[in-house]
Ligand binder design. Sequence first.
Ligand code: ARG
Length: 588
Amino acid sequence: MNKIIDFIEDELGAAFEKAGYDRSLSKVTVSNRPDLCEYQCNGAMAGAKAYHKAPFMIAEDVIANLTERAYIGEIGAVKPGFINIKLDRDAAAAYLNEMRAAKELGIGKADDPQMIMVDYGGPNVAKPLHVGHLRSAIIGESVKRIAKKMGHKVLGDIHLGDWGYQMGLIITELRERKPELPYFDEAFEGEYPEEAPFTISELEEIYPTASTKAKEDEAYRENALHATYLLQNGHKGYTAVWEHIMKVSVADLKKNYDNLNVKFDLWKGESDAQSDIPDMIARLKADGFAHVDQGALVIDVQEESDTKEIPPCMIQKSDGASLYGTTDLATLVQRQRDYGPDKVIYVADKRQELHFEQVFRAAKKTGIVPGGTELSFLGFGTMNGKDGRPFKTREGGIMRLENLIADIGEEMYKKITDNRTVEEAEARATAKMVGLAAIKYGDLSNQASKDYVFDVDRFTSFEGNTGPYILYTIVRIKSILGKYTAEGNESDGLKITGADSDGEKALMLEAARYNEVMAAAYEELAPHKICAYIYDLANAFNRFYHETKILAEEDTKKKESYIALLILVKEILEACIDVLGFEAPERM
Ligand code: ARG
């Protein structure tokens, strides 16, 4: 659907033209003085010089020439030359009825849908998920859902860190503990056991133990590096151990991401890109893109216009080992072959920006990715504790994601059962839902690139700019609608009519912004815009709710219009929280 502001601008543009001024002066914006008007146009001021006229006179001229006006309601010229506008009441109502009748609230689906891949999550197998991975999962999931909402074909890929040194560490430690296992017997010819030689909790203990040992013991470290090398070169027993690690870890990761309502379409990882590396390197060498620099194979990515130095992208170390950049390039080779994406969006810690800049440039320069493909990096800041330092447990250790989610759920459970009797199972389920909203909204309401403070008390509050406040608003609407139908009323086919109060009008204007907000959030990969919007919308609703007797309204037409407006507001809020990755309970 077209934006309401464009309709206003069209009508005003015609008036500018009719009055003999350039149409382009008619730019309309949302008013920065909502106490005076809803929209404003500063074109008269902009045109004063060119037309040698006082801006106020131009403004009056334009208003006098406004003959076609379905959308423009009240309009007035204000000194020195502002044009203040209010949207016509009936036009606002008609627009909202159109939204209600349209598919998906009239969202402006892409005319030419793109194939978009979102690379997010990026956990490292066998290392427990920690809060550092939370942001990538939450932001990536939302970006993926927003792109889908806009009509694109989107694939989310978890891009597991499943091929590095951590694997060598685990193999080394396992070998020390259980040398009798067949994986370590070079002469073993039979079938390896189906069952993994460890559980997930053992695995999570093995990794940090091995990591500490390697830091203290040089020989141990050498062993781990060698094990990594053997694994990467196809060692049979180690490959079998690796498969066990993958199976056990991935099952655990799936459980964790499920709890977060994060769903990947592809569970590919760094290991999947390995088979493409040799050919890729051979081609890059043959085509003259890669050259040896101090023993390493690199691709120069510095460009003329750069104001700072961008170091070359390293693709092979002097010992023949490949690097993070090599894997990302080979992954692009694979993505290009298997999916031919129009766009790839990477959601990772902003400290990886240079890495992605190098990879993107190398991919474009070498033709791994065609010129028209957009590679984009969405870098996020650090999640800090109240002390302003990276979020830790109370004891100062690394906070595991699982525990964080459980802690928040517990906090919500307390709030929900406080002074109230709620059935245990329902209270638990609601606490989980609201807790997730608290975490996700707390994260997404900040611009991704900024660091933010994870403040449990603030995030779980039912008041203020929080997830629980948004859910509370939805639940409040649901409850009014429930009562309305319980009174024997039919809620289908109701029509919204012109607003009677400022509060109602303000709510209608907020509701009408849905489409443009979603489009802007997509263009700018900015879920925080959706959060800001639903906070405004929820505030507008709650003001309306406090000022208006909804169910007690005696004028049936009016009451029906209120109900229709509530249904629309609820649907907008639900569509928005859905793209943010959480949902609302029936009661709370
Ligand atoms: N596994 C990486 C990490 O934990 C993140 C992966 C980001 N994605 C990528 N294609 N490099 O830092």
